[in-house]
Design a protein. Structure first.
Length: 287
């Protein structure tokens, strides 16, 4: 019975916790996540959930404490583990960036030569500097990296950025992107049955939730004479569904559009003669 369960490690409390729990719940998995809980067993899916610190997740997966995990690509990249990235999860997006003081006259990466850079990501920064052929001094700090220049510990920082407001508040400006990051599923290579079968079943559900988030369902009415142009704007999963309305000469068009640019698509559809446009969120989408 025990071997029939897949163990997943997710962040206990922090920026990835809510997104991780929400994703599993939307995939129809029921579990408790009461405060102080270290693990939970799903009631309707063979999954055991371990709540841990994000930095420990790659190591736990490598050491078989967990079979898979949800973790940021930044943490995965900084860890010295052999675990593999299985799927992007579409949340926890940020970038690891180099920032310098506002007054620093920065023109190109050549200006980083010989500079002292404070970071909690010495490996990722080291690999980046090597790739671009710059020799700089890496000063490792475990937290509050953004204050290092103002207290004289460093000339620059390399830290995670999302809105940029932390850098701005600390009088820093972003000058280079070391990597972009988002939450991903990681797994140990060579996972065996029956865990592999459970992982594939979990992936099937998660992909449907992620695809649903990235798309919207659109319905509209249009005069038949405008359909060719409307169909060009709406590619859909295969092609749009077109059905006649009770009113002669009019049709109802249904399709799926990308969440990112749907405002633009709706504007184009309106200009192409569409009326009564409805845009609806999708719960799950199986491609
Ligand atoms: O306790 P535990 O070790 O589990 O958590 P943690 O404190 O190490 O991590 P946490 O919860 O802060 O972040 C978890 C993961 O979220 C990171 O590893 C990233 O993959 C992702 N993530 C996404 C971020 C950010 N966005 C982010 N903005 N992690 C940290 N930040 C911090 C950044 O370090 C800086 O201090 O937010 C600040 C910058 O934010 P802006 O919006 O001001 O630019
Ligand atoms: Zn952490």
């Amino acid at each position: 019975m025990r071997d029939e369960t897949l163990k997943i490690a997710i962040q206990k409390s922090g920026r990835l916790s809510e997104g991780s729990i929400d994703l599993l719940r939307r995939a129809g998995i029921h579990f408790e996540n009461g405060a102080g809980k270290l693990k939970s067993i799903a009631s309707n899916f063979p999954l055991e959930i371990l709540f841990v610190r994000d930095d420990d997740i790659p190591r736990y997966v490598e050491d078989s404490v967990a079979d898979i995990g949800f973790v940021g690509q930044n943490v995965l990249g900084e860890s010295c583990t052999e675990v593999r990235e299985v799927e992007r999860l579409g949340f926890g997006k940020c970038r690891l960036a180099v920032a310098v003081r506002e007054a620093f006259r920065y023109e190109s990466v050549a200006d980083l030569e010989g500079v002292r850079i404070a970071t909690s990501y010495p490996r990722l920064l080291g690999r980046y500097l090597e790739r671009i052929g710059i020799q700089a001094e890496i000063h490792e700090l475990s937290g509050s990296v953004e204050i290092a220049p103002s207290v004289g510990l460093a000339d620059a920082v390399c830290d995670l950025v999302s809105s940029g407001s932390t850098l701005f508040t600390n009088g820093l400006k972003e000058v280079e992107t070391v990597m972009t990051s988002e939450a991903v599923i990681i797994s140990r290579a060579g996972l065996q049955e029956p865990k592999l079968r459970i992982l594939n079943s979990l992936l099937f559900r998660l992909r449907a939730v992620i695809a649903a988030r990235e798309n919207k369902y659109i319905l509209l009415n249009a005069p038949n004479s405008h359909l060719p142009e409307i169909e060009r704007i709406l590619p859909g999963m295969k092609s749009p569904t077109v059905m006649p309305l009770a009113v002669p000469g009019w049709s109802s068009v249904h399709s799926v559009i990308c969440d990112e640019d749907y405002w633009e698509v709706v504007e184009k559809l309106k200009l192409a003669g569409a009326e009564g446009i409805l845009v609806i969120s999708i719960d799950q989408m199986f491609r």
